[in-house]
Design a protein around this ligand. Structure first.
Ligand code: SF4
Ligand code: SF4
Length: 163
């Protein structure tokens, strides 16, 4: 069983209601020991970000909180980020949702997906149809990609190749 987070639907919900406080899900991985990494943030940088070569988001960050990893993925050091949102403003592709850093210090909105009760609560608190449980696997033809062994993300991928 995996959790499926529909980033496409979530984004349209946020556009319709920018003031909405979305619940966030997280897990700690061995790769990210630098603070709480929410699934939405990991998915955004992996699937929505265009991976700009000059990465204006990194240059504009006053806290040196952003950097690229070896695969060109942006990583935000949550312990350095001061939530100024300069990166959100300068990103030419609107990669980050408007509320991306809003809950930076509000732990009440965060749910640990490793805990069964918190997982259920997270799904119940998310906007209708945006998060569900599934036995399905990754399915690129349906825009569904595997973020890790527990999480699937539905998102349109940016590509310069002809489909
Ligand atoms: S919100 Fe500000 S401090 Fe945080 S990563 Fe973006 S530019 Fe850097
Ligand atoms: S500016 Fe936006 S699209 Fe470009 S690397 Fe940064 S977050 Fe990604």
């Amino acid at each position: 069983m995996r959790i499926l987070i529909d980033m496409i639907k979530l984004r349209s919900v946020m556009v319709e209601n920018p003031a909405l406080a979305l619940p966030e899900a997280y897990f700690y991985s061995t790769v990210n020991q630098n603070g709480l990494k929410t699934i939405r943030e990991l998915a955004t940088f992996r699937y929505t970000c265009r991976k700009c070569e000059d990465a204006p988001c990194i240059s504009v960050c006053p806290a040196d909180a952003l950097e690229k990893d070896g695969d060109g993925l942006i990583n935000r050091y949550t312990n350095l980020c001061v939530s100024c949102k300069s990166c959100v403003t300068i990103c030419p592709f609107g990669t980050m949702m408007t509320d991306f850093f809003k809950h930076h210090r509000n732990r009440d909105l965060f749910y640990d997906l490793k805990d069964e009760n918190e997982l259920k609560e997270f799904i119940a608190k998310c906007p209708d149809g945006t998060v569900s449980l599934t036995d399905n696997d990754e399915s690129p033809k349906d825009n569904v990609y595997q973020l890790n062994d527990k999480v699937l993300i539905k998102e349109y991928l940016y590509t310069t190749e002809k489909q």
